[in-house]
Design a binder for this molecule. Sequence first.
Ligand code: PLP
Length: 357
Amino acid sequence: MINVTKTFLPPQNEYQAILQRAWETGWMTNRGILVQDLESKLKSYLEVEQIICTTNGTLPIQIAIKALDLKGHIITTPFSYVATTSSIVWEGCKPIFVDIHPEYLTIDETKIEAVITSETSAILATHVYGNPCHVEAISEIAKKYNLKVIYDAAHCFGVTYKGQSIFNYGDVSTCSFHATKLFHTGEGGAFFTNSKSLNKRLFDYHNFGHQGKEAFNGIGINAKMSELQAAMGLAVLPYIDNILEGRKDTVEMYNKAFKNTDVNTLKLRDNTEWNYSYYPILFNDENQLLKIKSILENNKIFTRRYFYPSLNKLPYTNKAQFPIAENIASRVLCLPLYYGLELENINRVIDIIISEI
Ligand SMILES: *Cc1c(COP(=O)(O)O)cnc(C)c1O
């Protein structure tokens, strides 16, 4: 069986050796030595000024909306994971979708201004599959209309754009360290911001709003990463360069195989150092996708319709149409991609697709 993804598991003895440090302190959460160690190692690995690790990658989106005091309308993309939209609705704001760029698959920045009204407070966009949005154009628009910018950078571990971490763009960026993501802590995530004061606010909000033991700064929630999660991150991190290398080899094989075929692959934005996080391909139409997906399944090869459906189809969003996002969602399929995917299995995936298109 070949799954679409496979969680990288570090050697168990290495994980246990790290856990031993938590055992010695008897301290399981509330920002113990392991969370602090992980944050410090991630800061230097990612080359970011500030990071706050969290218990998953969804709460930081919700907390960012709260901490930026966003109200009313938030402009967002219909082509992302459900958490991007659900976070907006959960925080009592209204998602206003803008269609996507047909090749980069990120929000189409040229269509943003047309939907800005006096009720708009922010733009929440996703760097889909680790492919950066047009961050300069979005930043210009935000300045012009006094909007905040949050990037759902769940897929972006290690991605750089124009020579710096993609997490440095926007007022806040968030990442996910879920077990299916490139770098993981089982469940986990993080916030990134360049602002010292906003970082403090995010920090307080992710810890109930505590200001010391007895005072509170605004409303908070519990989004703290535990020591057990941090231990997994510390055990995985030493392997991250190997993981990236392995994925890169697979991606290069796929790229070579699908070049000059009917299968379209992701167009990366220029000046991007990518992280090989997903391998989405675009079929001609949904019928072709369904046919090939099922043939792959008959061969015990499991792919994923990621992202499907387009988020404007969710039961709690309005029913306006977004033809590009809906069209892309209907014919995009993510192929198996993980560290340790064997050469012969990559070739099996390729052979089946090539012979069926
Ligand atoms: C995975 C993901 C999330 C949510 O992250 P969790 O860690 O699972 O909560 C949010 N946005 C996108 C685009 C994702 O892929």
